[in-house]
Design a protein around this ligand. Structure first.
Ligand SMILES: Nc1nc2c(ncn2[C@@H]2O[C@H](COP(=O)(O)OP(=O)(O)OP(=O)(O)O)[C@@H](O)[C@H]2O)c(=O)[nH]1
Ligand SMILES: [Mg+2]
Length: 456
């Protein structure tokens, strides 16, 4: 990884290795002071050793000095000229940084030349490239910051072509194109014929890991949804007990969602600290985020059920049951804690009287929708985020109408009547049928929402 200082070399390595902790990144020149290596092994027979190098700073003076050495000694080819420079005292003095870069490049098979595409092409860049080219190693220019409004990618492409560099890659390290990694290794393979088969294996293995990660993310979300859909809490019939049980239910669901969000962050190798605390429901109750606040439903465009919107029990559905008779989630009595007993009259007095002794609480459909929308939105954002990103994660309103208003997937409907499917229930049983339904739901969750995935 070579280039002018502060162009995003360390950032690019963070993104390629999916390691937000690699090296030091700062918006200042001279952040990286030494060469630092990291091995990216995607498969036993496909690995690459990357080296991050300090940025080049004073290449005009360096080129002049090299030319002065030329005048004083015999005519040499590029790499020999660079070696002569490395033996000169200036390589341990004035040009120490540059010497580190050139010495490393001589040891490597090829280099990515990272460019801040917002910069105009200046003499210092041309001199830098000339000196780097003397190392006799293939250079692949990488145009970073191409998502910035005023970038000069075209000017850079033209300047590169004049220097004989015709393969140029656009790759914004913070919001990398979906196929950016694949293209990068493809281009490298063209430059490094000898290693082309290995680079193809590497790209293939990375793509496979990416697909596995997506599938695993959807499985985590499916587990969450099944756990929550199947969650049941029983309470005594009085309003106070029901209110207490509803609060317990809500708390368990919140914690379950937080566990899912943490697992997703870990799966994508992002750190909790990278996030704006308000963007994720990690710290429990923030009212704009709280799963059970009617406003949160509204913000996500989910229609709350009448009971849920009206009562203090937002988000909890109440079934009446005795001896295995469940009247289903259709009987929403979301406002039970507020004393409303909607729907009870529909049962007829005799049945209602028999049932009044107990209540069973479960989570409202609207909350399941909200949970699904939130996890899908988070997964989409994590998929697109580069590991060099330092801005807090921004989550947009998803265009996810199917989850907002469509019929809930069959797996979730079934989970509703299977309390043993919830890991939050004491009688949890991770049986064959549950596993199959979780897989089915995961595949359903993996379907892109219309309007998604257009960034690549
Ligand atoms: N928006 C945006 N910012 C980026 C991108 N790449 C790097 N940055 C930012 O640019 C600054 C420099 O990034 P570094 O990765 O430290 O650059 P470097 O080339 O390693 O710098 P030196 O080690 O000092 O030569 C940091 O503030 C990064 O967050 C990008 O693609 N988009
Ligand atoms: Mg750096």
């Amino acid at each position: 990884m070579v280039g002018h200082t502060n162009t995003g070399k360390t950032s690019l390595l963070r993104t390629l290795t999916r390691d937000p902790g690699f090296g030091d990144v700062a918006d200042a020149p001279g952040t990286t002071r030494r060469v630092e290596g990291v091995r990216l092994a995607a498969a036993p027979d496909a690995a690459i050793a990357w080296y991050d190098t300090p940025g080049m700073e004073d290449s005009i003076a360096l080129r002049e000095y090299l030319e002065r050495l030329d005048g004083a000694g015999p005519r040499l080819d590029g790499p020999a000229r660079i070696r002569r420079l490395l033996d000169a005292p200036e390589a341990r003095g004035r040009f120490e940084q540059e010497a580190r870069v050139l010495a490393k490049l001589l040891e490597c098979d090829a280099a990515l030349y990272v460019i801040d595409a917002r910069d105009p092409v200046l003499g210092k860049h041309r001199d830098e490239l000339a000196v780097l080219a003397w190392c006799g190693r293939p250079l692949l220019p990488v145009l970073n910051f191409v998502n910035a409004p005023a970038h000069r990618a075209q000017a850079w492409r033209e300047a590169m072509a004049r220097l004989g560099l015709h393969a140029v890659l656009e790759f914004d390290t913070v919001a990398p194109p979906v196929d950016g990694e694949a293209r990068l290794y493809e281009r490298l393979a063209v430059l490094l014929d000898r290693h082309a088969p290995m680079l193809a294996r590497l790209a293939g293995a990375l793509a496979q890991q990416r697909a596995q990660r997506s599938a695993e993310a959807c499985r985590l979300a499916a587990e969450l949804l099944v756990d929550v859909a199947a969650l049941r809490l029983e309470s005594a019939g009085d309003a106070q007990a029901a209110a207490r049980a509803a609060e317990t239910l809500r708390q368990r669901v919140r914690e379950r969602e937080q566990a899912c969000v943490r697992a997703l962050l870990a799966l994508y190798n992002f750190r909790r600290g990278d996030y704006d605390a308000a963007a994720l429901p990690l710290d429990g109750e923030r009212w704009r985020m709280d799963l059970f606040h009617p406003q949160t439903l509204k913000d996500m465009g989910v229609q709350a059920s009448i009971g849920a919107a009206a009562g203090a029990m937002a988000g909890a559905a109440v079934d009446l049951f005795t001896g295995g008779l469940s009247l289903g989630a259709g009987m929403l009595i979301g406002a039970a804690a507020g004393g409303l007993w909607q729907g009870a009259e529909r049962l007829g007095r005799r049945v209602a009287g028999r049932l009044r002794g107990r209540r069973e609480l479960s989570v409202d459909d609207a909350v399941l929708r909200l949970l699904a929308l939130r996890q899908r939105r988070l997964i989409a954002a994590l998929e697109r985020r580069g590991h060099a990103a330092r801005e807090p994660l921004r989550l947009d309103q998803p265009a996810d109408e199917a989850w907002r208003t469509g019929a809930l997937p069959e797996a979730l409907v079934e989970a509703r009547s299977r309390p043993e499917w919830s890991a939050l229930n004491p009688a949890f049983d991770d049986g064959e049928r549950r596993r199959r339904k979780v897989e089915e739901l995961a595949r359903h969750l993996a379907q892109a929402a219309p309007g998604d995935g257009q960034t690549g």
